[in-house]
Ligand binder design. Structure first.
Ligand SMILES: O=C(O)CCC(=O)C(=O)O
Ligand SMILES: [Fe+2]
Length: 447
């Protein structure tokens, strides 16, 4: 998904790839700059980048929107793109205070184990990365899979004495590319691994995600934040065009919050051949991708860290007293994106559907109780009728369940059709049996 992992897929052949190249950071080759120490970024034509910040300001002033853009609901400050149903842009959704809070959490608590980061693969779980970077500590390899932070001097001595590998915490913080919250996403398998130890997503972040997700949710349903990926971008970092297709239910939105330096976001179509819309993402903007938009390629080809374009003046001064300026210094050249997902839909765990054919029916209606992981969790009660199938997978395997009741009276048993279909079998014997019975076959993969 990241640029480095995905460079060769389609070279310049697709419209998406061409747009990525167009906005990506390149430096001037010109000889007149080569003698200067500071490399100059190549100028980029930004004239067709949508700016929802100014679209929203103009709309509030004049009531006019550019072609192809509309508001999600009258009087809302949520914008949609006509040919990308399911995509929502909420400019300035997060207050300055909220932005500061989630930047701090993204650096100080989200990378803490059991949450995983890109550093796990090499160093194992790294605890207190932020504090160690602030304290100029160095991570030293103690044994094959054991790394520990030491104060600078101490680390140099240790590394010399035992000629072991070491890396400074500030380099590791700079190279932090992602961390995962809630259900852990395993990048090597590109899937969620519900067996990995995890903490729940913090309540305040869940609440924020629920509030902003509401407009993109199927009516009557509330968003359930179960997993989140936090992406960290430094200058030159990009996120290559991709789909987020590992969640079971695409009708639920991904809630994506931008923090720090301004970026360009590309929203393509279902094929990489569809020319993407380019738009700015600023600190505090929230984007929702639900329904059809879940099938659209998207990526981040560029972040801006120069004062003129980064657009984080207010944020910087708000953060300037936090952790001795350390957070402000980090965010001046960085962007953080938190994207929050509903991973396991109840509907997928408890998928019930009707079988077709004569052998589908297995008798009288019953009540099925599906509890939680503790018997204290109030169970869901549901009817199971002849022909229904229930799948219990993943987390649901750890849920208490049972059948407290079957109905054999004509009105409730719901097997009229079954009875008459069976009435000629074995001289009515089957029909007589099933009129007052329920059969459940459950098939298991044991190994
Ligand atoms: O950084 C962004 O705005 C997009 C992030 C994203 O698409 C992802 O993590 O799947
Ligand atoms: Fe994505």
């Amino acid at each position: 998904m990241y640029e480095s992992a995905n460079v060769s897929d389609d070279a310049d052949r697709t419209a998406f790839r061409r747009a990525e190249k167009n906005y990506k950071l390149y430096y001037e080759q010109d000889s007149k700059f080569s003698r200067k120490k500071k490399k100059l970024p190549k100028p980029v034509d930004l004239s067709s980048v949508l700016d929802f910040n100014s679209i929203s300001q103009d709309f509030n002033r004049t009531g006019v929107l550019p072609d192809g853009i509309r508001v999600a609901e009258a009087d809302s400050q949520v914008f949609c793109i006509e040919n990308r149903p399911g995509f929502y842009f909420i400019p300035n959704a997060l207050s300055l205070e909220e932005q500061c809070k989630w930047i701090k959490e993204s650096l100080m608590t989200f990378p803490q184990p059991p949450n995983r980061t890109n550093h796990n693969a090499i160093y194992g779980p790294v605890t207190d990365l932020f504090e160690s970077a602030k304290g100029n500590k160095v991570l030293v390899q103690e044994d094959t899979n054991i790394w520990k932070f030491y104060d600078g001097e101490e680390a140099i001595a240790k590394a010399k004495q035992r000629s072991c590998k070491s890396v400074s915490a500030s380099v590791l913080l700079r190279k932090l590319r992602w961390s995962t919250l809630g259900l852990q996403f395993d990048w090597s398998k590109r899937n969620y691994d519900v067996s990995l130890p995890h903490n729940n997503i913090p309540d305040a972040l869940c609440q924020l995600a629920k509030t902003h997700a509401a407009i993109a949710m199927p009516s009557g349903e509330e968003f359930r934040p179960e997993g989140a990926i936090v992406n960290y971008f430094g200058l030159g970092d990009t996120l290559g065009g991709h789909l987020d297709d590992m969640e079971a239910d695409w009708s639920k939105p991904i809630v994506s919050m931008s923090l720090g330096c301004k970026a360009i976001f590309l929203l393509g179509g279902k094929s990489k051949e569809d020319p993407p819309h380019a738009m700015y993402l600023r600190s505090g903007d929230v984007v929702l991708m639900a329904g059809e938009a879940r099938e659209c390629f998207h990526g981040v080809p560029r972040i801006f860290i120069d004062e003129e374009n980064a657009d984080i003046g207010a944020l910087e001064s708000e953060l300037s007293h936090e952790s001795g300026d350390f957070i402000a210094e980090y965010i001046k050249t960085s962007r953080i994106n938190i994207n929050i997902r509903q991973v396991i839909p109840l509907e997928a765990i408890l998928m019930t559907w009707k079988l077709t054919g004569v052998n589908q029916y297995l008798g009288c209606k019953a009540i099925f109780l599906l509890g939680g992981k503790s018997k204290e969790d109030p169970p869901h009660a549901m009817y199971l009728r002849s022909g229904d199938v229930v799948l219990m997978a993943r987390e649901a395997r750890a849920c208490f369940h049972g059948v407290p009741r079957i109905f054999i009276d004509e009105e409730n048993a719901d097997i009229g059709a079954l009875e008459s279909e069976l009435s000629h079998e074995s001289g009515d014997f089957f029909a007589e049996y099933i009129k007052t019975s329920r059969i459940n076959i459950n098939i298991r993969q044991v190994f």
